[in-house]
Ligand binder design. Sequence first.
Ligand SMILES: [Fe+2]
Length: 392
Amino acid sequence: MPQFEFHNPVRLLFGAGTIDRLGEEAARYGGRAMLATGRGSARDSGLLDRAVALLDDAGLDVTVFDRIMPNPTDEIVDEGAELAREQNCDVMVAVGGGSSMDAAKAIAVAATHDSPAREFLKPQDRAQPTDATLPLICATTTSGTSSELTPFAVVTTTSETMKSAIRSDYIYPRAAIVDPELTLTCPPSVTANTGADVFAHAMEGYFSTHANPLTDLFAERAMTLVGRHLPRAVDDCSSLDDREGMALANVYAGYVLSNCGASALHALEHPISAHYPEVAHGAGLAAMMVTFVERYWDRDPYRFGRIAHLLGRGIAGAAFEESAEYAADAIQVLLSRIGLDIRLGDLGVERDMLPTIVDDARHYMSTAIEKTPVELSREDLIALLEASFAAE
Ligand SMILES: [Fe+2]
């Protein structure tokens, strides 16, 4: 067995009611907090007021920055960073989904360095965060991106139509609050999209050159939990048991993502939602996932056979390899159950943009493409997108 390394420094607070520890966690790192969140849902659900009260009770001065949009931009990051500097904030607190957490990480960097956010996102010669980066506490309201457990902040650079990630150990959150009760207000479509993202993180990490025995363990468990709990969470948003199952799946997938990174599907999805910001990240992934597995399951029959079994579609009593050809079907059934049996054309992607999407992926996300244990040429990637464009 080759050597491997496994690392995740984030203190995890998991379970119903852990949000109540937000104030004490943030107070460990300073007295002036910026609370970063999205434009509506935390305010509408009452969570924003609750979070402010928790921070206030812990003795923190709170500056609220609630302008973060889905697929956040470098401009909104720079705006938040300027406010954080003006208010002398010494700790960032993110309450929300992946967009809020990723933007908060990028604000933690941009507020403490002389360069604007785009300098940390360039494909070449990018600025690197230092230990001046503000400490960050994350409380996630979706079971999706695992941003609360990763060293990545995905941000779109508006001037370049480029969606890329800051990658740095300095943006690992100091603590992740994963309180499944916070996800009870997540609507069915967001539950489905973010759940598809969890599955992609686990599957891409499982079929990655960076997989190791520990990430395999987490990836298999994450895919099992998604198969069991995601359809039920979409059907009945108020089911705490299923919300807890998905929250745990998201944690497991976070350990996979933080150690393996993403691979080809994420490399292709980022330029899609950079050019089409209305496309939800998980929906973009879902549109390509089945085609990807149909084309490449035979490159690792054991692993894809395992996936078929984990989703309840394996051949009983047979070697895992014999079930590999059913993995794509198993994933399609799962996606159908959550309303995401979709293709890129359904999402508004234009067919003549497919080569541009591939060129952007190769330019900005080459590392992720290289983690896919398949030689993927420009033509292969275009063919993958063409096959994902419309149902046959
Ligand atoms: Fe993702």
